[in-house]
Design a binder for this molecule. Structure first.
Ligand code: GDP
Length: 323
């Protein structure tokens, strides 16, 4: 029987929710067997610096450097620059820690020197001792915008951080998304994977940008794919996914998350607190499984990763039996 640790797994992730399961998978697999493809639709420029919030959250988490309480930023961070900016009446809505600033400064310098975002991310991960591969979804700029019900058009971080997700969402826009290619190695890592896991990230603003890139959905259709629900009992653990769903006229539920991914998933994991929400008629070809999906500590993250990999083994057995 194959050792589950030896499986090659690709995870699709946004920021905080995605990074938690990515860490669990990293703990469960042999070093180097996890590749995380990360949303860059939230990327933006601030004070002339190139900021990639989700990529940094995933890298800091996998490096064991993340501020566990917040789920983003660095542990033991200091805020001298932000305090000084405040004294200058400069915008301080986006919190930049002193050491985190070094990441953005060096990324910006390397981009200006002609490096790609993928190359920079690989370089940082090597320096930080990350054993997994972290791939920004694309090296081309991709911007997620939010049109509010009041008619305003906001860059994603303006909506998410500056406005605290308070405006009602009328539309999510992926600016210039058509024809944007995945970064090098994104499609080949999916092709080489035994299993693809869609992390419990916001489906509409963290995972959809990845799915919008040329070739991603056809590549996923060739693989066993498991999605993990970020919505538990109609609510999110953190962030606006449930509120957003309601404002967009969708149901905020684990079932709606599965409905969103139904074209290409073969397995779905949702929280045990949701109980038995599916009848045998709901998406009969997709294997559903309940477990604890609330990841408060590393044990929870590893536990969810192991349950995901076990479901992966069932999907792989089914694929072999159908061959
Ligand atoms: P963001 O870009 O930082 O908002 O990151 P994500 O899109 O990756 O994560 C946001 C989603 O993660 C929200 O919908 C949360 O409900 C979900 N999330 C966060 N923590 C957990 C957890 O412990 N378990 C599950 N199932 N979902 C979680």
């Amino acid at each position: 029987m194959i050792d589950v640790k030896a499986r090659k797994v690709v995870a699709l992730a946004g920021g905080v929710g995605g990074a938690k399961l990515a860490l669990g998978l990293q703990l469960a697999l042999s070093p180097g067997n996890l590749t995380v493809i990360v949303n860059t639709g939230d990327d933006f420029e601030h004070f002339g610096l190139a900021i990639s919030p989700d990529v940094d959250t995933v890298c800091y988490t996998l490096a064991g450097k993340v501020d566990i309480e917040k789920g983003w930023g660095l542990q033991g961070e200091s805020w001298n620059v932000l305090t000084a900016l405040k004294a200058l009446s400069a915008p301080t809505w986006f919190q930049l820690g002193d050491r985190d600033l070094a990441t953005h400064m060096e990324r910006t310098r390397l981009l200006q020197a002609g490096w790609s975002l993928s190359q920079i991310t690989e370089h940082f991960c090597r320096l930080w001792g990350v054993s997994s591969h972290v791939l920004p979804m694309s090296d081309q700029p991709f911007r997620t915008l939010i049109r509010t019900q009041a008619g305003e058009l906001l860059a994603f971080q303006e909506y998410f951080v500056r406005e605290h997700c308070e405006p009602s969402v009328a539309e999510i826009i992926f600016q210039h998304a058509e024809g944007i290619s995945p970064a090098p190695q994104v499609l080949s890592s999916i092709e080489a994977a035994d299993l693809v896991v869609i992390c419990p990230s916001n489906p509409w603003v963290s995972i959809d940008p990845i799915l919008a890139l040329t070739g991603i959905v056809p590549a996923l259709k060739m693989k066993p794919v498991i999605a993990v629900s970020p919505i538990i009992q109609g609510k999110t653990v953190k962030g606006p996914a449930a509120k957003m769903a309601q404002e967009l006229g969708l149901e905020a539920s684990a079932a709606a998350v599965l409905g969103h991914y139904t074209d290409f998933v073969n397995g779905f994991i949702y929280d045990q607190l949701d109980g038995d929400i599916f009848t045998s008629d709901n998406y009969p070809g997709i294997i559903k499984k309940t477990t604890n999906t609330i990841m408060k500590n590393d044990e929870d993250k590893l536990g969810l990763a192991i349950e995901t990999l076990k479901l992966g083994e069932r999907l792989l057995e089914n694929t072999q039996n159908n061959d």
